[in-house]
Write a protein that binds this ligand. Structure first.
Ligand SMILES: [Zn+2]
Length: 279
């Protein structure tokens, strides 16, 4: 069933929920298939940069169809967005949470805009994620072309930001990158621990792809409740599709679209199980 992000994250303890980027019927079904097989919650995440692929209302329609017989929590989330009109359009289409990304702005402007979005979204029962600090750009990222550089989240600023904005979840910058790592990851769990001491709302980790599993577990133990994964889903699926075409150049397109969902599902399932911390 579709729930908002705040409800979903308040229903879990000592685990995290994966936020998986989708851009097509096949990718939505890949995520839903993994939710059905694991019987664990997930966030279906759609970025405004994929509006070339699908409209908000089309995404909502397919998600409604795909989740109507699933009885675990699923949230429909707008990923990174700095445009108020686009955020409003996602809310109007029925998305259950939105991310306002003002991380490149001065602190006061980020506070002002995040608070305005939170007021607007909350009046419609929609949850809001905001971001403080910025992630460096890794390889093969499809989130953004702009590298704002690594700026770790300041724990004291984080507390002030959360109090002033009333947002439901906070994305933090502790060393993960958008895309795949160019060098050995240096995840600053010490900074995360300080943020956690100052902030009581759920914390969000972007740049899950390629992050060492033991670091992910450590982050979950220290307050991370939502983890975004995008690049690895795309890379794995494209690699497997390429292998299929190489092995059988006459593969029918209808079979390829089904295979796409299966490949997406296998990566998503791996992460859902990892984030649930049950092993
Ligand atoms: Zn991100």
């Amino acid at each position: 069933m579709l729930v908002n992000l705040k409800t979903m994250l308040s229903n879990i303890d000592k685990k995290a929920v994966g936020s998986f980027n989708i851009y097509s019927y096949e990718t939505i079904h890949g995520v839903c298939k993994a939710v059905e097989s694991t019987k664990k919650p997930a966030i279906i995440s759609f970025g405004a940069s994929y509006l070339k692929n699908m409209s908000f209302s089309t995404v909502k329609y397919i998600v409604d169809e795909a989740t109507k017989n699933i009885d675990v929590d699923v949230a429909l989330h707008l990923d990174h967005c700095g445009d108020m009109d686009i955020i409003k359009a996602a809310i109007d289409a029925g998305f259950t949470s939105v991310m306002y990304d003002g991380s490149a702005l001065p602190f006061d402007d980020n506070v002002k805009n995040s608070r305005a979005i939170a007021n607007m979204a909350h009046s419609k029962g929609v949850s809001v994620e905001a971001e403080l600090g910025s992630l460096a750009l890794g390889e093969y990222s499809n989130e953004t072309d702009i590298d704002h550089g690594q700026a770790y989240t300041d724990p004291e600023n984080a507390a002030e930001f959360v109090n002033m904005t009333g947002v439901d979840a906070l994305a933090v910058s502790i060393g993960t990158v958008h895309g795949m790592y160019k060098a050995k990851p240096n995840i600053r769990v010490d900074i995360l621990k300080n943020i956690k001491q100052n902030v009581s709302i759920p914390l969000v980790l972007h740049g899950g792809s390629g992050t060492p599993e033991e670091k992910i577990i450590e982050c979950i133990q220290n307050g991370i409740k939502k983890i975004n994964v995008n690049t690895e889903i795309s890379q794995y699926t494209v690699k497997k599709i390429a292998e299929q075409i190489y092995n059988d150049p006459n593969t029918h397109l209808s079979k390829l679209t089904l295979l796409q969902s299966d490949f997406v599902s296998s990566v998503v399932e791996k992460y859902i199980k990892l984030f649930s911390c049950e092993n």
